[in-house]
Design a protein around this ligand. Sequence first.
Ligand code: C2E
Ligand code: MG
Ligand code: MG
Length: 738
Amino acid sequence: MNPNLKPVSLRAVVTIIALFVAIVTAIGVPAGYFYVAYSGEGQALQFKAQLKAGRLAKYIYANNNLWQYHTVRLTELIEAPEANDPEDQKRVYDASRKMLLEVGPSSYPALTRSAPIVINGTKVGDVEVSASAAPILKNTAIVAGLSCLLGFGMFFAVRVFPLRVLNRTLGALAVSQEALKDQNRRFDAALNNMSQGLIMFGADERVVVCNEQYIRMYDLDAAIVKPGCLLIDLLRHRTERGRLCRDPEAHRSEVLEKHAFGLPFTVIVEAAAGQQIAIANQPMAGGGWVATHEDITERRKAEATITHMALHDALTDLPNRSFFKEQMQLRLEHLARNEKFAVLCLDLDRFKNVNDTLGHPSGDKLLRLAADRMSACLGEGDTIARLGGDEFAVLQGNQQSPDETIALVERLIAAIETPFDLDGHQAIIGVSVGIAVAPTDATNSDQLLKSADMALYRAKAERRGTYRFFESEMDARMQARRTLELGLRKALRDSEFEVYYQPLINLLTEEIAGFEALVRWHHPERGLVPPLEFIPLAEDTMLIVPIGEWVLRQACKEAMNWPDDISVAVNLSPMQFKMPNLTQTVMSALAHSGLPPRRLELEITESVLLIGTDATLTTLHQLRSLGVRISMDDFGTGYSSLSYLRSFPFDKIKLDQSFVHNLEENEDSKAIIRAIGSLGASLGMTTTGEGVETQIELDYLKGQGFTEAQGYLFSRPGTAVDARALLAKRLPNARAVA
Ligand code: C2E
Ligand code: MG
Ligand code: MG
């Protein structure tokens, strides 16, 4: 029903009623009054006429003859004193309606009543009495006026006031209706903008409310799924649309069964292939329930992705360290008697070179390719993981004999040693492998990984591209290494280092050209520790950076005690080149000591150039532009020494002592010495032979044009005091002090 019609018709009805009441009041009251007054007056006149007619009859009966002419007597009889009606007009007629007598004033309008004069049953005449009707009419008019006023009042009372109240009520009703509409609109908006589908069922299993999202979610027909629709019809419709993966009747029974407990519950159902819906059911008071349907397909996928990401390495998509550890732990827990499994730690060799020279994208590609190749080597039950950087790990699920592990390792090594093609660049890398076997070597995952790691460390230390099984003594060595590291940190704090100096002899003048600064560690328990025992560890832990800086400052300071033509050579570790402030460090050491840059030589090994980045070369050029000289130390021990000579204009080549020792028996060494001698001469570089211990070695170097020599033949490295003493002698032939 249209709600607008209701107040309009009600208003009309009230108006009609009010009009009716007003009219009835205005007309009915005076009419009634008139009627009553008129009939009352009429009756009075009638009575008077009858009374007078009776009196005349009595007189006529007594004086029967010619009574018509007894006018005076008749008048007296009519005007009887008891009547007291002087205002009335009285007339007497004879039987023939001839007026015999008329008494009293006439009036208009008049009200007249008559009565017959009857004698012995015969009418002999009539008496008529008239009175003025004016008072009645006047009073009626007054009553009518008052009635009109009353009617008007009634109209107000019946129409205006109730309608005002009605309007007020209707107004309030309209406001609350509008508010209700607003609320409904908001409710609709909220319902239809929910991300979940919502459907409410009554106790009779019929839909009460259903939002658009529900219809959309299941691709349903809104003409079917609407208030009043039965649950079973809805489920059948969903089946038709392929949005219910089970029998509708069975589903309905299950839903009702669960609702029978009257408790909220949530179920996850597969609506269509791959579409996961979480349905939260909430029972309502008085039966029925509300169900919110949420499509959790994407959320589930995202959760799966997050779980995958948490357990896998993003670059290679291999399991990561934590996943790998879990796998190890699981395997350990389910290890049957006499069963064994192996854990392999793998570290790619020379991967850093590729990363540094070809860039990180190529490095990433290499890691992915390496991961693929290694995965292809695995057997059933084996797992591979990327632990980080270029470190991988393999779990060989079942190991019958060490040979099986060796076979797997060899497959892995061969796979990695096969050159990789990185967008046209060939990259040759290798892999070192450490192996630990459970439960022999360890019974928990951490220990197992640690043991494999120790074995890897050994493999790398001995020879790259190889493998080592864990041995218990490795653990002891690891312990020793850790103790050494702690000792090194303490040494730096407690100034346990000292710089020794070994002279470099100019072979033309046979005089001291300079000294090489070589660090020594005065260990509180072990005594003097040679650098080769602690420098690799210092490099691993980056402690070489502060140690190297200390040596540099110390050497520069000491050189200021020497004659102006004596230089000092300081060894720089590749790790120091990784620091962005190396040039500043050198400048600061020079500035603090006051040593002219020409007197400082910096010795670098090929491994510095292996870092190969532009930044390294820039640093080298900066250092050289300071006036500092750059020497290539241990020349010939690297992979492509000659090519490195091309990459930077070195001032000096120091041929590694391995070529100098026993050169008499080694023709190859002699050939190399010859080649370096002539190379140095043609490039104008100083050529230094290291580790010269015999006169034969010295003579051969001289013969091949070497310009400088260093070795025990001249002097072992000694303290600063020793160096000063040597210089003090300034003997033409330095050999005398050796
Ligand atoms: P290096 O720079 O090649 O230094 C020469 C090494 O050869 C020194 O060993 C020296 O004592 C030794 N040597 C000299 N003449 C002979 C000889 O006739 N026969 C034999 N067998 N050896 C001789 P040292 O002092 O043990 O140093 C070893 C290496 O440690 C150095 O090789 C250098 O690479 C490194 N090193 C030493 N001090 C430092 C330092 O302060 N910083 C850095 N980064 N490395 C240093
Ligand atoms: Mg050196
Ligand atoms: Mg050397």
